[in-house]
Design a protein around this ligand. Structure first.
Ligand code: GRF
Length: 208
């Protein structure tokens, strides 16, 4: 069983999609071993507790320096002996030491078709504001392995979503979550848990 830890900061709808698909058997070979947040008020923690998943909260406010926070975050994650870390709306800059330690074992969901609308300043609702401002006709979501950059690691899955004339940032964000994020993040976890992909020369390839 692949021991999976999910890092969250907010409502946890992506976490819920993962939980539901593990419990329904749509995802196989996965044990949800931990949910870790930097935000004690994150409803994602409630979702985890409702499903008996161990939780931990590591708030930067509790540490005098960023280095001390990073050390506590890494120690907390290591305590759960995870095989895969899933960043599901985790609003924390990932320390390079953690990227190195979990190279090709840490994935992130981003609400655009990378390389569009990603990188610094492109997170949450701003991603959709930028897409609407640019006038794109198609957007979507991307799951990728985490490397030292911002939204720059090897792409695992993407799913496109059409933009509608009457879309607002909020309506587009919701549809991207419903039609793309909540589908491809669980699917990516299932691919990894079943050994169906690997990273070759910086790109993700199917093994089966
Ligand atoms: C999602 O929109 C995701 O694309 C972004 O953060 C948001 C997390 O939402 N990375 P939730 O906490 O999973 O509801």
């Amino acid at each position: 069983m692949l021991r999976v830890g999910v890092c969250v900061s907010g409502g946890g709808t992506n976490l819920q999609a993962i939980i539901d698909k593990v419990e329904s058997g749509a995802i196989t070979g996965v044990e949800l071993a931990a949910v870790v947040s930097n935000n004690a008020g994150a409803y994602a923690l409630t979702r985890a507790k409702n499903h008996g998943i161990p939780v931990a909260c590591i708030s930067p406010k509790d540490y005098g320096t960023r280095e001390a926070f990073h050390r506590a975050l890494i120690e907390t994650l290591d305590r759960f002996h995870l095989d895969l870390i899933v960043l599901a709306g985790f609003l924390v800059v990932i320390p390079e030491e953690l990227v190195r330690k979990y190279r090709n074992r840490m994935i992130n969901i981003h609400p655009s078709l990378i390389p569009s609308f990603c990188g610094t300043g492109n997170y949450g609702l701003a991603v959709h504001e930028h897409a609407l401002k640019r006038g794109v006709k198609v957007t979507g979501a991307t799951v990728h392995f985490v490397d030292e950059g911002t939204d720059t690691g090897p792409i695992i899955l993407q799913k496109a979503v059409s933009v509608r004339e009457d879309d607002t940032p909020e309506s587009l964000q919701l549809r991207v979550m419903e039609e793309a994020e909540w589908e491809i993040l669980p699917a990516a976890i299932d691919l990894i848990a079943n050994g169906n992909i690997r990273v070759e020369n910086g790109r993700v390839v199917r093994t089966t």
